[in-house]
Design a protein around this ligand. Structure first.
Ligand code: DAH
Length: 350
């Protein structure tokens, strides 16, 4: 075979080989077959020692030409194979945008947290400070300073968990009133709320829990009056239960306030005509309050002749249960996600 014939043969064999290639691996084999050390192109330039210089030049020229041709052809093949392989892959990996997405579970605030924050925000907006106190409390603060000496019969109403004779799990957030007044060395006016957990030796049932949470409120200053208390609690009732709410004071008894009141709000469900929520009375009992007893002011270093104050105690669970229609207090503690989810759906938020 002369040189031209050899080149022709390479061309036609390349055409034929290329037409059979269907994968990158096969293409790689072709590269070796044509351009490798023992490949067809190199073969052309073998045994050139007997040729004249002109002949060598000519073989070299032809060999280079066919080499470029082969390289170009193989590159084209490579490109079209890549496209083909990509298209096949895309066809296989079809994405169906109509499939339902995987739901991402987002955490949410607990109903008790929501109520607490709502009350905190309201009072902070009215200039109150939010303070806290210890849950393991001294009898002195929990009772004595609040006008409840040892043997006082009203202590029975808050059957407490005692740790020692003088230490107990606080049965109310009211001791924070005493702590705040005592701490205030200059005896300046006070406006605080104190949210926190309290503990009582109650049998747990649908409406009682041995641990629950309260928000205590205390305002002390000169000329603080019952009208201020009523105005403040009216704002509270409207904010939490709707603008149409009114409140009423029912005389009651707490050792640390005089006079003392249970505060009722007009029923948010029936508006006052009577329903199952308000037990047909039109009113719902919501919190305890009163004017700070002079004994408490004096015991905490505030001269009762100069200062007056009001205080209140809100049960957070009670507010949450009323607001969100929760009938069993235990649902608030077992934290069953199904319960909390229902609640969130009702609320319509995350
Ligand atoms: N500490 C009371 C309780 O746990 C609630 C309370 C009533 C707090 C009247 C007050 C108040 O500050 O003035 O039952």
């Amino acid at each position: 075979m002369n040189l031209e014939e050899k080149i022709k043969a390479i061309r036609s064999s390349l055409e034929e080989d290329c037409s059979k290639v269907s994968s990158s691996n096969q293409l790689q084999e072709l590269k070796v077959k044509y351009l490798g050390k023992k490949g067809f192109v190199i073969e052309l330039t073998k045994n050139m020692q007997n040729l004249s210089i002109d002949e060598k030049k000519m073989v070299g020229k032809y060999a280079n030409e066919i080499k470029s041709e082969v390289i170009k052809k193989l590159e084209e093949m490579e490109q079209s194979l890549k496209e083909k392989e990509l298209n096949e892959k895309l066809k296989k990996d079809v994405i169906d945008p109509t499939l339902p997405a995987t739901k991402i579970k987002v955490g949410s605030k607990h109903p008790l947290t929501k109520v607490r924050e709502e009350v905190e925000n309201l009072f902070v907006s009215m200039g109150y400070d939010v303070v806290s106190g210890p849950e393991v409390e001294e009898d002195h603060y929990n009772f004595e300073l609040l006008n409840l000496p040892k043997e006082h019969p009203a202590r029975d109403a808050q059957d407490s968990f005692y740790i020692t004779e003088e230490l107990l799990l606080r049965s109310q957030t009211s001791p924070v009133q005493a702590r705040t007044m005592l701490k205030n060395e200059k005896k300046e006016p006070i406006k605080i709320i104190c949210p926190g957990k309290v503990y009582r030796r109650d049998e747990d049932d649908a409406t009682h829990s041995h641990q629950f949470s309260q928000i205590e409120g205390l305002v002390v200053g000169e000329n603080v009056s019952l009208a201020d208390l009523k105005g403040t609690l009216t704002i509270f009732a409207k904010k939490l239960f709707g603008e149409a709410r009114t409140i009423r004071f029912r005389p009651s008894y707490f050792p640390f306030t005089e006079p003392s009141y249970e505060v009722d709000i007009s029923c948010f469900k029936c508006g006052g005509s009577g329903c199952n929520i308000c037990k047909q009375t039109g009113w719902i009992e919501i919190l305890g309050s009163g004017m700070v007893h002079p004994n408490v002011l004096n015991a905490c270093g505030y001269d009762a002749k100069k200062y007056t104050g009001f205080a209140f105690g809100i049960g957070i669970e009670r507010v949450a249960m009323l607001k969100y229609g929760i009938s069993d207090i235990r649902n608030l503690y077992t934290n069953d996600v199904r319960f909390l989810d229902t609640y969130n759906r009702v609320e319509g938020d995350q």
